[in-house]
Design a protein around this ligand. Structure first.
Ligand SMILES: *Cc1c(COP(=O)(O)O)cnc(C)c1O
Length: 966
């Protein structure tokens, strides 16, 4: 072999990760450029981006770091976090994530890279997991319907408040009652929402509920200080006075406590975190939302329902989507889009694995240890604030100083309340030895208590902290799913069986426009499992979270440089939450300037549904700005509307590049028009993947943007969440971003209430984005953006002869995505965008985004992570499908019996004795050589949407269903 004359530095090749993250290699790039008839990528950029917004320098970020080097550095940061044992409680508890679930779900790209299950035929696995979650929530809360997760308990409570107002037609007041023992972070988020809904909050002891004239009420069960109260009478009195009630409940305690549904609640919310999901310094975990039957059609969030497929088989799907923001826009029940699907699946599987028996054992053990702790403390004369408890005790009159000193020596965190009380919450991980340590800490080590003796005493005396009236009497989780998978072997196979039903990035590209389904690199994912990130309580003392702080500061600095804003707020835990936080910041700022009356929000007709829904939640009036024939914002219409509303103009919400996949030339002008009329500019950053390194929203006119870290910055979609939607803001807005009651943030107004339960949202997934940026560097990210744009233009070029590309820029190029117009095909053949989407499944692909932003179209976004091989495979499939459509057009195949209208094809189709179709089974299921080599099978035939919504069932099949079947 010839002598290798590269230097040692060159051999250290830190660009390794770039070639892993980016799909196309140098040959692919040359080929694609040649197809586009362009000499280099820069000429494509010059044709595509307006010159007046180009960033004329390189991002000032470090050089790319190798995967090993980045992880070594991050591990050093992580080690600066102190993983003390936590008894802080307040909605967050240590838990044991069963290893079989950790490895096969949380750490498994088959689960975490999947998309939201809008295409149910290729999502039956995660739909079943989410149905399990709903069943767990319904059974434990005692409510007839539950959704498939919300972002956190605090926002779930805020959604409940909004639902009470919407549903309570009798109450004539705008006042909402909040019990004074509701979790402090929940109250904080309620304050924000109430302010912009125009509600007044009445915070008072729950006993006084019926004394107030309010439209709804929120009670906590058990209360934040651990008290377990029978709420029956309060709830009944409220009902008599036409007050709607919401109970915020703890799922683990409900295993032993009477379910809030039986107490008479209209709505029950809470967090499923302690069902196996690590605390992660605040998230992500799945909140739940359950309600009475009367409210089922106005629930916020996604709901999984049972329907049937075209063969009449049971099939799952997302039910009642017509309530959601993507259809209802500013009239939607909520702005929620991304939720916490992956974490809801994990919590559901935790319940499947343990079953009712296992959960009873876990909850009973937690309660027994708490009772032992209570009894021991009482023997030493310690006063307890309450004579009831499930897992939380509040101690009165103990001297903080010595207790605090001893707790730190034992590496233990307790809760120190501002009124001098000390709180302790036990959990699944607490052992008898831990209780001895707690005695040592609380009483000094001369206490002479024995847990064994106390246990015997508690047991023989039948002592409990649960009042008789609050003891659970009903069964739960009686469905076969919760009984069958108790051995690890059975569980493993169940998880694998479900995973195999779903199409994820492990199978093929997922070309979803606006959703940026790029690589979620394994190296980026590894840190989320590290205990130094996973096992940190969000309210841990600041000196225990130095690693988190530095990681967040570094990530913020990266994002500041990437966006051109001045500061970043990490609190919003989804894009929609970011929109809300950003609009609230604008309103707070304008109020501080004496401009609080400004409430008009201009939104282009092409905007994502979350935009108008968020504006409505921030009490803004939406004024729609039209688009011209090229899909661009109609600048004349914008000018006239901005002028017309100049006295009341608050903001515009723009998406850039536009949702039409075009870098609009006039974006700077649009921003100027709004500024000139006294408004602020909100730039929806969901399309940031087309901008990083090329232009910055903060430079061309934005005052605030959210970034979907689960799109551009590599947090996986998780089948519908988690996500993170931090906002970048210009300096004048910095003081008005959300603050936090327990973790006050520097530089933010003290009374700027929160939008999320935790100060940094879903902090534990931030290392994913940190690692991405660290390993790509400024150079790598710019290259990624260029490749994303090149890939999209290559697709547009290859497909335009077969499907018209709806919108293009001034020089005939697209941005990072393109819209394929199939409306004329439908007119000619009857074949719809939906038929094409379903047919793509037979070819082994996930459909592009359907009917957004233009009805009857498909929007394709390849991202930089897809190689030319994969992109060609996709284009070949699309072209083959076009030929199939032609055979329908020409009448060779009838409009209602062809491979498109019958798609997707399942194994059941092939097995059927009858095959009365004018095409072969082989063409149906194996349309390409690639599918013959490796076939992905949709689990069900086309799912019947109408049937599912008419016959709404959102629960697991009961045992009788299995009996009927046999
Ligand atoms: C995805 C998206 C959003 C919403 O983000 P979520 O994280 O799902 O709430 C908003 N705007 C656009 C353009 C999007 O693509």
């Amino acid at each position: 072999m010839a002598n290798d004359n590269r230097s040692l530095a060159e051999l250290a090749n830190h660009d390794d990760f770039l070639t892993r993250h980016n799909g196309p290699d140098a040959d692919d790039v040359q080929h694609m450029l040649a197809t586009l008839d362009l000499p280099d990528t820069e000429s494509l950029m010059a044709k595509t981006l307006p010159s007046d917004i180009r960033l004329e320098r390189n991002l000032s970020l470090e050089e790319p770091r190798g995967e090993a080097e980045a992880l070594t550095y991050l591990k050093q940061l992580a080690r600066q976090n102190k993983t003390f044992k936590n008894y802080i409680g307040q909605g967050y508890y240590p838990t044991h994530l069963p290893a079989v679930i950790q490895r096969n779900v949380l750490e498994n790209p088959g689960w975490y890279t999947a998309y939201t299950p809008y295409q149910p035929e290729i999502a039956q696995g995660r739909l079943e997991g989410l149905l399990n979650f709903q069943q767990v929530v319904m059974d434990l809360t005692g409510m007839p319907i539950a959704n498939a997760s919300l972002l956190d308990e605090a926002t779930a409570a805020a959604e409940a408040m909004a639902l009470c107002r919407r549903a309570n037609k009798k109450a004539k007041t705008e006042r909402f009652f909040v019990a004074d023992d509701v979790l402090p972070q929940t109250l904080d988020v309620l304050r924000t929402r109430a302010a912009y809904f125009g509600f007044e909050l009445i915070v008072a002891p729950s006993e006084t509920l019926a004394d107030h004239d309010v439209f709804g009420a929120l009670l906590q069960y058990p209360g934040a200080t651990g008290e377990v109260r029978d709420l029956t009478q309060q709830l009944e009195a409220a009902r008599e006075r036409h007050i709607m009630t919401c109970v915020a409940a703890d799922l683990m305690s409900l295993v032993l406590l009477k379910e809030p549904g039986a107490l008479g609640a209209d709505i029950v919310v809470g967090n499923s975190q302690r069902f196996g999901v690590p605390m992660g310094y605040g998230g992500p975990h799945a909140a739940f939302f359950a309600a009475s039957d009367a409210l089922k059609r106005s629930l916020p969030g996604r709901i999984i329902g049972v329907s049937r497929d075209s063969r009449g088989q049971r099939a799952l799907r997302m039910a009642m989507q017509t309530r959601e923001q993507h259809i209802r826009r500013e009239k939607a029940t909520s702005n929620i889009c991304t939720a916490q699907a992956l974490l809801a699946n994990i919590a559901g599987f935790y319940a499947v694995y343990h079953g009712a028996e296992g959960l009873r054992t876990i909850a009973t053990r937690i309660h027994r240890l708490t009772t032992i702790l209570a009894e021991g403390l009482k023997r030493h004369g310690v006063t307890l604030a309450h004579d009831s408890w499930f897992d939380t005790l509040t101690l009165v009159g103990l001297d903080h100083g010595p207790v605090h000193g001893r707790s730190l020596a034992h590496e233990i965190n307790l809760r120190y309340d501002t009124n001098g009380h000390i709180g302790i919450s036990l959990d699944e991980t607490t052992t008898a030895a831990d209780v001895v340590t707690l005695f040592d800490v609380l009483l000094g080590d001369e206490h002479g208590l024995s847990v064994r003796e106390l246990d015997r005493h508690v047991h023989t005396q039948g002592m409990t902290g649960i009042p008789d009236a609050c003891a659970r009497e009903s069964d739960f989780l009686t469905h076969p799913t919760f009984q069958r998978y108790r051995s690890e072997t059975e569980m493993l196979r169940y998880l694998k069986r479900l995973e195999n039903k779903d199409l994820s990035l492990t199978h093929a590209m997922i070309p979803l426009g606006s959703c940026t389904m790029k690589l979620n690199a394994t190296s980026e994912m590894i840190p989320i499992s590290w205990p130094e990130f996973a096992n940190i309580h969000p309210f841990a003392p600041q000196d225990q979270v130095a690693g988190y702080k530095q990681m967040i500061d570094e990530l913020s600095a990266f994002l500041v440089e990437i966006t051109g804003y001045d500061t970043i707020s990490m609190q919003p835990n989804s894009g929609a939450q970011g929109e809300y936080a950003g609009l609230v910041a604008i309103r707070r700022y304008q109020k501080s300037q004496g401009q609080g009356h400004r409430d008009i929000c201009l939104i282009p007709s092409s905007a994502h549904g979350t935009n108008p829904a968020s504006a409505a939640m921030a009490q803004m009036k939406v004024v729609v700005v039209e688009c011209d024939n090229d899909g661009n914002i109609d600048i004349d219409d914008l000018r006239s509307k901005a002028d017309k509303h100049r006295e009341a103009l608050s903001a515009i919400m723009l998406t850039y590049p536009s949702t039409h996949g075009v870098f609009e030339e006039s974006v700077s002008e649009a921003c100027r028009i709004v500024h000139d009329n006294g408004g602020q500019v909100y730039i929806d950053g969901a399309n940031m993947n087309a901008q990083v390194g090329l232009c910055r929203p903060g430079d061309f006119g934005g005052d605030v943007s959210h970034l979907n870290l689960h799109k551009t910055f590599c947090i996986p979609h998780g089948g519908g969440g988690p996500g993170m939607g931090p906002i970048g803001v210009k300096a004048h807005l910095a003081a008005f971003v959300p603050n936090h009651v327990i973790t006050p943030l520097p530089g933010v107004e003290a009374d700027a209430s929160a939008v999320s339960a935790a100060a940094y949202g879903s902090a534990s997934i931030l290392p994913i984005s940190w690692a991405y940026i660290k390993m790509m560097g400024g150079r790598g990210m710019k290259l990624a953006t260029e490749l994303a744009i090149l890939n999209a233009n290559y697709i547009a070029k290859r497909l335009e002869a077969h499907y018209p590309v709806l919108y293009k820029g001034r020089n005939g190029t697209v941005a990072h995505e393109c819209i394929l117009d199939v409306r004329s095909l439908k007119t000619a053949s009857g074949i719809s965008e939906e038929d094409i989407a379903k047919r793509l499944m037979d070819y082994g692909f996930h459909a592009p985004t359907m009917s957004f932003p233009v009805a009857g179209t498909l929007m394709v976004e390849p991202t930089e992570s897809e190689s030319r091989y994969e992109i060609d495979r996709f284009c070949d499939a699309m072209i083959a499908i076009r030929d199939e459509i032609r055979r329908v057009e020409t009448g060779e195949w009838p409009a209602d019996n062809n491979p498109l209208s019958m798609a997707p094809h399942t194994q059941a189709d092939l097995m059927a004795d009858d095959w009365e179709r004018p095409y072969s089974r082989e063409l149906g299921a194996f349309p390409t050589e690639a599918t013959k080599a490796a076939k992905y099978w949709p689990a069900v035939n086309r799912v019947d949407n109408v049937h599912g919504d008419r016959n709404l069932i959102c629960s697991c099949p009961p045992i009788e269903a299995y009996r009927d079947a046999t």
